[in-house]
Design a protein around this ligand. Structure first.
Ligand code: UD1
Length: 460
């Protein structure tokens, strides 16, 4: 089949369909596939190569950037099969954006020629809080937006007050009514000095996008420095935006009148990369992580090397190996980038369950991000939590069990536990995994893991 024939609508398909190239009519619905199970038989070492996907957390804001221009925005290296990408496609389509994807070529094309509505409804936004990233671009280009408040999620309350306060400082009128943000800037947004009270990835991204079309200069102080923000900024610059200071805590944006489209490659997913590095630490073996950048993971590399993993960069790839050496316990604390990422905390804690001695994990970003602890406990882990800290005392082995997780990174940590547990581990309701990990079963199988996905229709 030609590449062109593979162009599909993301919003109406599910991960299994996209991966297999089947048509929407012939496969299970997205909701059903989220109820699939993953079964893992532990004990196999991982050996081989894993191709790292484009970062979900970069692709989402990049897709929202299409609202800043009436010309096409083409994203390559895009993780087209992820559920979060499909959810955002639906949000953007509801805003009259034309979204098409070619999963084989990892391309997403977006065009927001004009819009008859600046309304992002609750039904779509509640599925994924990153949808709130349409707010800044809508307001900057169209002067008006009605976007549902995203609400809390499993890992914390996650307010958007920093986004709203910054937009008010830029001249927007904001009202909250009936669970919706009503935002208006009839004469356009104006540049301002915005000092965020807290480092926020989403607020930095929203205001960075909004400021590109504001009148005058905006200075973002205490801005987030994540590689995904640099990626967004570089895409905006290639669209003609004037931005300085990316990757530092002070970003200066000089607004322009109009932005054209561009083509941009999504940065590699550092969280997926880190997840597989921790997997190799647990199972032992030798794995090449293709297209991964060690510079984005310095806060993980140190503790992993201290625990006993060998890590090196080989051109565009990261090589990780552990052969026989026992793992040693070590402490980590999550912090904004370049600190230890909260999105790798659950996976790292899983590794600590099998380290010699004890390790301590302190979570400073989200207030409720230890939901994997009871599930790991059911597999034999010895973990005590107190407030936002957990002490993990290494045990000699984990036991397979039936488990379930309520957020993305907690779910993958249970797969990691299953890779080394005795017997079989069944992870139920893999909805969350489909949100953020592409082809997880195929990638691990190719490295020797005994893992399969059981469709809901075949479950006993
Ligand atoms: C992003 C990532 C998420 C990651 C998180 C922290 C995406 C799509 N998601 O989420 O995977 O775990 O960064 O690295 O990129 N906060 C406020 N008020 C606000 C905004 C945030 O109090 O207006 C708080 C949050 O509740 C949280 C902290 O600030 O405690 C950091 O959140 P933030 O960096 O904004 O996370 P997200 O952008 O939502």
């Amino acid at each position: 089949m030609s590449a062109e024939a593979k162009i599909i609508s993301l919003a109406q398909t599910d991960a299994a369909q996209i991966a297999s190239g089947s048509t929407p009519e012939s496969a299970t619905s997205a909701e059903k596939s989220g109820m699939d199970q993953i079964k893992v038989k532990g004990g196999n070492r991982l050996n081989g190569t894993i191709e790292i996907s484009g970062a979900k957390n970069a692709a989402l804001p990049l897709m929202c950037a299409c609202l800043l221009t009436d010309e096409p925005l083409n994203l390559s290296n895009a993780p087209t099969t992820l559920r979060d990408i499909r959810t955002l496609s639906a949000v953007l389509e509801s805003l009259d954006v034309t979204v098409s994807a070619n999963p084989e070529l990892k391309l997403i094309s977006l065009k927001s020629e004009k819009t008859s509505t600046c309304y992002a409804p609750y039904d779509l936004v509640r599925k994924m809080r990153a949808s709130v990233l349409v707010l800044g671009p809508l307001l900057a280009r169209f002067g008006v937006a009605k976007v549902s408040l995203p609400g809390g999620c499993a890992i914390g309350t996650r307010p958007v007050d920093l986004h709203l306060k910054a937009l008010e400082q830029m001249g927007a009128t904001i009202k909250l009514e009936g669970g919706y943000i009503f935002a208006e800037a009839k004469d356009g947004l104006k540049g301002a000095v915005v000092e965020f009270a807290k480092v926020s990835v989403g607020a930095t991204e929203n205001i960075l996008m909004a400021a590109t079309l504001a009148k005058g200069t905006t200075v973002l102080k205490n801005a987030a420095k994540e590689p995904e923000i640099i990626d967004l900024g570089e895409c905006l610059i290639s669209m003609g935006a004037k931005i300085e200071g990316l990757g530092t805590s002070e970003i200066t944006i000089t607004g322009v009148e109009k932005l054209p489209g561009t083509t941009h490659a999504v940065v590699a997913d550092r969280i997926e990369t880190g997840t597989w590095m921790i997997a190799v630490a647990l199972t032992g073996g030798d794995v090449r992580l293709k297209g991964a950048n060690i510079d984005h993971l310095t806060a993980l590399v140190g503790p992993l090397e201290a625990a006993g993993l060998k890590i090196s960069q080989d051109d565009q790839d990261i090589l990780v190996s552990r052969n026989g050496t026992p793992l040693k316990g070590t402490d980590i604390m999550t912090e904004p980038y370049p600190g230890f990422p909260t999105d790798l905390q659950a996976q790292f804690m899983t590794m600590l369950t099998l380290c010699m001695g004890a390790g301590m994990v302190t979570e400073t970003i989200f207030e409720n991000r230890f939901m994997h602890v009871p599930e790991l406990g059911r597999m034999g882990a010895d973990i005590t939590t107190q407030g936002n800290s957990a002490i993990i005392r290494g045990v000699s082995g984990l036991r397979g069990a039936e488990v379930m997780a309520t957020d993305l990174r907690a779910s993958v940590s249970l797969i990691l536990a299953g890779l080394v547990a005795s017997g079989e581990t069944t992870i139920n309701r893999i909805y969350h995994l489909d949100r953020g990990y592409e082809n997880i079963v195929d990638k691990l199988c190719a490295c020797g893991a005994d893992i399969e996905r059981i469709p809901v229709s075949l479950q006993e």
